[in-house]
Ligand binder design. Sequence first.
Ligand SMILES: [Zn+2]
Ligand SMILES: [Zn+2]
Length: 468
Amino acid sequence: MSTRTRRLSRRGLLKRGALAASAGAALLAPSAVSTLSAQAPAVITRRRFKGWISRGAGTGRTTLHELTLRPITGRQVVVRTEATNLCYSNVGAVLGLQPDARVAAAPASALAAPTGVRRMNDMAVIQGHGGVGVVEAVGPEVRRVQVGDRVCVSGTPHCGSCYRCLRGRSDMCQFLSAIGADDLVPIADMADGTPVFENSHIGGLAELMVTFEEWVVPVFTKAEAVALGMVCSCVSVAGLGASVTHALAVIEPGSIVAVVGCGPLGLSAVQGARIAGASTIIAIDPVAARREVARRVGATHVLDPNVDASTLVQRVRALSAGPTDRLWAGGRNPAGRRPGAGPDVVIEAAGADLVAPRVEASPDPTGILPVQQAYQMCGLGGHLITTSLVRGDITLPGTLFTIGGVTHHGGQAGGASPMRDIPRFVELLDKGQFDWKSLATTVVPLEKMLEGYEAAAYRTTITAIMTA
Ligand SMILES: [Zn+2]
Ligand SMILES: [Zn+2]
């Protein structure tokens, strides 16, 4: 009996095995195979392209050259650039301009790139950190994108498998922190044989971007290049990341939000707060033209921090007091030892002046004061999201910091997770919820990149976009 049972059982197992095998064969139809196996590498040899090379010191360090692409391997992706944002953070590297003495004297960032054998200034580097374009070639190990795909080359990578990515913080993907001069790989050669590298493995100020799979996000849209370049720029991704993804803090419908600093990042955050359903959006910036745009894209109130900087916090509190200060009626007190009024969420996006602006200057060129004010204006129990690059150390009232009830969130890209969030930002663009035209105020072709960068550097425009 036991033998028979066993025999039957074995026969049954074999039968089931055969069924499973045929089901497996059905699963391995051509379409399924293509999603499971590696792509055939696109063969490209010695492709010539134009790119801006930065090296050496001082102004004039960035010049246009014809370059020759090196062979593509592994997880590398070649993207034909359509548009790229001329990011303010790269002003020094591209234009070789120096900040004023007060900013230059501030302590260096603890997050500076690791030092190594090579020095970035001695290397031929294509600056920029991302953009949008079309995939022209892929290495044999690439799965995420295919030749012909339109992609965002993200300023932050998203590998999906490192410690931080696995814990839901792919804005802090560990592939980002490894970047230093020694980590970069040459992607092309200059006419004299000098190897060419790219800022952050991605570059952008060239007709081609050569990057790795973890930096590219496929986007399925017919949006025009400049519009797509705007919404996929590092600044808009960070502004929308801080406001619509709810990755760091939740903007609830009807809530009160303040945005400190209305460059392209802050103005994207203003739009995100509007999209998220905030009822009061207070935008703060020293530049009148930027406050005007803030109103156009969703701010309900605008404030100039130069008009009595010492009262800015109180003015924001007064604007966020709500309809009543009667505590028994659900109200909030706008003053007192522990004022209850204040924004539910404050998004700080000011940052240091990398060069003196040719428009209204901020009260503090190091960017420290706006962070302190942003912390102090936040309502008790509220959330502060910081996104800027400042120079120096921040001092805050100790007890406010320890028991004041403000939760601070820092991170890259406003907490945005590239593969999860960038496609949804593109949806906001395609559905007309994100106003790109008010933000992309200067558009230049590749050959005029330096002119566009100057407009960004001196803050005479909001965003400068280069098309290639
Ligand atoms: Zn940037
Ligand atoms: Zn990762």
